[in-house]
Design a binder for this molecule. Structure first.
Ligand code: ZN
Length: 397
């Protein structure tokens, strides 16, 4: 009897003499785990079907592994104010823990299984594991926020000195560590893509009605006209395009308010050689490991950080930020330059901020590299033609 009481204390739940089948939970990871381990042919206590079942205590051990991974007892781990008789930090009672499990399993709150989970858990107050530390995900998100602030308002071009500062404090990654960290999983997560020659790029411009349209006008702007943009700073020419007319149209119309006396032109260009690109839109397709899958929790945190990064890199500039529009793109411009210079990519594919599910691309191809070379041009690796103008369409307003 003493042993079993001790057992119950250690395992975190009481006695429950029931069986469960894989059909009784919706969460895919838990469902598959039950399927793999359900060896007893009996009647499921929850749906009444005679099928391969798992003893409920086995299933609870599996659930408690996740709880023990994310939480620990408040007593001994969280500060306690003996005058106020409260813990100094977030705590979770058994019902809040049960709620987390019920939510993770995607089961109905009113069903018997949910009631059993609520009833059977030990009545111990828990807190987050390592309650005064930050998770890897929080650390990464905070570091990105700090990086953005640093390059916008403190130091923009030379942030090497930041390394020593951050090494002392350890609360954030330094600016250069941040860039290296974001790069470190790109290959593993399969976010690079190679565009074979002849991909059609749609480049849109809103121009004066009387402007004659040719490859020169539709190419990347010459350096003296290159404006401050999401992935390139003022004076640095880059080729911004999309893959569909509708997205190109929407992107162009979004940036131009006064359309009187103007027309919209969409030109098609193709690439002459293979292009290695970073495809940030692939982040949205990554499979996020389940919360219950504790062996993959670091992978889960990495993917959650990349989702956060994707949002930070492709979200529209807020109305309240427009006064400072010139500096709002600085963090993405530095990220893009890092990709170009260090990771040696030819371009970045990212989500359109104005057209749902639309994709945009920036190619690090300047004005000259969009033009057909003239007879006497001296061709260097810098001005070598990379994109070829094909045709254009005009839309009047
Ligand atoms: Zn069942």
């Amino acid at each position: 009897m003493k042993d079993s009481l001790e057992d119950i204390q250690n395992r975190g739940f009481g006695i429950i003499d029931k069986y469960i089948c894989s059909n009784c939970v919706k969460n895919e990871f838990a469902k598959n785990w039950i399927k793999r381990n359900a060896k007893i042919k009996t009647t499921c206590s929850y749906c009444g079907k005679k099928t391969n079942c798992l003893y409920m205590e086995e299933f609870l051990k599996f659930l408690m592994a996740a709880i023990k991974y994310y939480f620990e007892p408040a007593e001994g781990n969280l500060g306690y104010d003996s005058e106020e008789k409260t813990y100094l930090g977030r705590t979770y009672d058994k019902y809040e823990i049960a709620y987390k499990l019920i939510e993770a399993l995607q089961i109905d709150f009113t069903k018997e299984l949910a009631d059993d989970i609520k009833d059977v858990l030990n009545d111990i107050l828990l807190c987050d594991r390592n309650p005064y530390g930050t998770s890897q995900l929080q650390f990464c998100e905070n570091s990105w926020k700090r990086f953005s602030h640093l390059v916008k308002y403190k130091t923009r071009y030379l942030f090497y000195a930041d390394d020593t500062k951050c090494q002392l404090e350890k609360a954030f990654m330094s600016a250069s560590e941040m860039l290296d960290y974001t790069a470190s999983y790109l290959e593993k997560l399969n976010l690079f893509t190679t565009l074979k020659p002849n991909v059609k790029f749609k480049r849109a411009r809103i121009v004066e009605n009387n402007l004659e349209i040719n490859e020169k006008e539709m190419a990347s702007p010459p350096y003296y006209q290159a404006k401050n943009n999401r992935m390139s700073a003022e004076g640095i020419s880059a080729f911004y395009a999309t893959f569909e007319d509708d997205v190109a149209k929407e992107e162009a119309l979004n940036s131009e308010k006064d359309l009187t006396g103007k027309k919209l032109v969409i030109a098609d260009f193709v690439n002459l050689n293979e292009l290695k690109c970073l495809d940030l839109t692939k982040i949205l397709e990554l499979n996020l490991p389940d919360w219950l899958d504790i062996n993959k929790s670091s992978e889960r945190e990495v993917i959650l950080f990349y989702r956060y990064l994707h949002k930070a890199l492709s979200s529209p500039i807020k109305k309240s930020d427009t006064k400072n529009k010139n500096i709002e793109y600085v963090p993405t411009q530095i990220f893009a330059e890092y990709c170009k210079e260090v990771l040696k990519v030819d371009g970045i594919i990212y989500s359109s901020s104005v057209y749902q599910n639309g994709k945009c691309i920036v190619l690090f191809v300047d004005h000259e590299a969009c033009l057909t070379p003239k007879k006497n041009d001296i061709i260097t690796f810098e001005n070598k033609q990379k994109l070829k103008y094909i045709s254009h369409k005009i839309f009047s307003f």
